[in-house]
Ligand binder design. Structure first.
Ligand SMILES: Cc1ncc(COP(=O)(O)O)c(C=O)c1O
Length: 399
């Protein structure tokens, strides 16, 4: 073995030992997802899953799975090329047109994943905007948004989480003078389960001449008219029409499949096709993904009753958490964190839930800030009232 390999091995072993020493070594845990919002562990135990993002239960929906299988059988397992070479099927364009209509946007573009979308759209967009570009980003934005901004090689101006007064002070402190301004935020925050104030953000964007970039990963399918997301509720502009925004979201959460999209003006989509590395230099999403999305787009608009029941169940869980004295961090969605603070406490709470037959995964740094370890509970329309009863009971019994 060469010296370089020995040095690498020593460094890798050192990094793993350090993580182990801090109790933060992560391990992959295999499980089989089964109907009714359950998972089966490798040891055969079945737990009620309160940790996945399958908010509408579509990942195991027979219609979604059948259409994914049908597309794969008719069109192949892979797309065999990148979109600009041989990878664009008629079906890509069809589902993109459907997505655009669903999101009430002029056009939409598919990506292989949400991480890839954010990590590559943001630097492309920043490269296209007239320089200099000033980016204002919520401090609790998802890692993929940070990755995209880091890739653009600029310093983010980070405002306190959901604090629009702080954002406004930052906007005031940087007079426009020809700079392009971009405000980047999630609409439903993945780890806190709270929502951005979109009306307030649209107002600031209007008054300070900024562009809004919204990540709807956890809102798509769950909020807004027919599940179109919160951006579909942006207020009207004084000049008419809805406040414009660049909106991305993922397909692997409420929509039950895999991948991501960006939706916005046709001009933006056309420009991203020319300039966005994550779109250009990557194999096109495979047919099964397109089939799953096509079926999800048939189902999601009509799931209004399920969406209402999902939020009612989340309210029950929040009330149970509050009664037990837990901070749920401003959650107003299907994501309900129980903020516990110490990592050891979060791990213990996860083990207690597991002993009660429930899966509620502990989320620890670096995914969340130091000292804010939590159980991130997420609800799905496939949970029964009896499942929620068991969760409420288990929360009440947490030591
Ligand atoms: C807010 C947010 N954006 C982007 C992503 C990345 O999406 P994907 O899982 O499709 O890579 C996630 C996923 O966890 C997310 O929570």
């Amino acid at each position: 073995m060469s010296g370089a390999w020995r040095a690498l091995e020593a460094a890798l072993a050192g990094a793993l030992a350090e993580a182990e020493g801090k109790g933060r070594r992560r391990r992959l845990r295999p499980m089989t997802r089964i109907a009714g919002g359950r998972v089966m562990l490798a040891d055969g135990r079945t737990l009620i899953d309160f940790s996945s993002n399958d908010y509408l239960g579509l990942s195991l929906h027979p219609q979604v799975a059948a259409r994914a299988a049908d597309y794969a059988q008719r069109l192949g397992a892979g797309s065999a090329g990148s979109r600009l070479v041989t990878g664009t099927l008629i079906e890509h364009l069809q589902v993109e047109a459907r997505l655009a209509a669903f999101k009430r946007a002029e056009a939409a573009l598919l990506f292989a994943s949400g991480y890839q979308a954010n990590a590559s759209i943001l630097p492309a967009l920043i490269g296209l905007l007239p320089a200099p570009v000033k980016v204002f980003a919520d401090r609790l934005n998802h890692a993929s948004l940070h990755a995209g901004l880091a890739q653009a090689d600029l310093r983010q101006i980070r405002f306190r989480h959901n604090d629009l007064d702080h954002l406004e002070r930052q906007l005031q402190a940087l007079p426009n003078q020809g700079a392009s301004r971009l405000i980047v935020t999630e609409t439903v925050f993945s780890m806190d389960g709270d929502r951005a104030d979109l009306a307030g953000l649209a107002d600031l964007a209007d008054r300070y001449d900024a562009i809004l970039y919204l990540d709807e990963a956890h809102a798509t399918g769950v909020f807004g008219p027919h599940g179109a997301g919160l951006a579909a509720e942006l207020p009207a502009c004084p000049a008419g029409g809805r406040a414009p925004a660049i909106v991305m979201g993922t397909l692997g959460k409420a929509l039950g499949g895999f991948g991501a999209y960006v939706a916005g003006p046709q001009l933006l989509i056309d420009a991203l096709v020319q300039a966005c590395g994550g779109f250009i230099y990557s194999t096109a999403p495979p047919p099964a993904v397109l089939g799953a999305l096509d079926a999800a787009l048939d189902l999601v608009p009509g799931m209004g009753a399920e969406r209402a029941a999902l939020q009612a169940a989340a309210g029950r869980v929040r009330r149970a958490a509050a009664a037990r004295g837990f901070d749920t961090l401003g959650s107003s969605t299907q994501i309900v964190p129980l903020q516990l603070g110490a990592e050891s406490w979060a791990m213990k709470a996860m083990a207690d839930l597991e002993a009660a037959g429930l899966l509620g995964v502990a989320i620890r740094p670096p995914t969340v800030p130091e000292g804010s370890s939590r159980l991130r509970l997420s609800l799905s329309t496939v949970h029964s009232d009896a499942d929620i009863d068991r969760l409420v009971e288990a929360i009440g019994a947490l030591a």
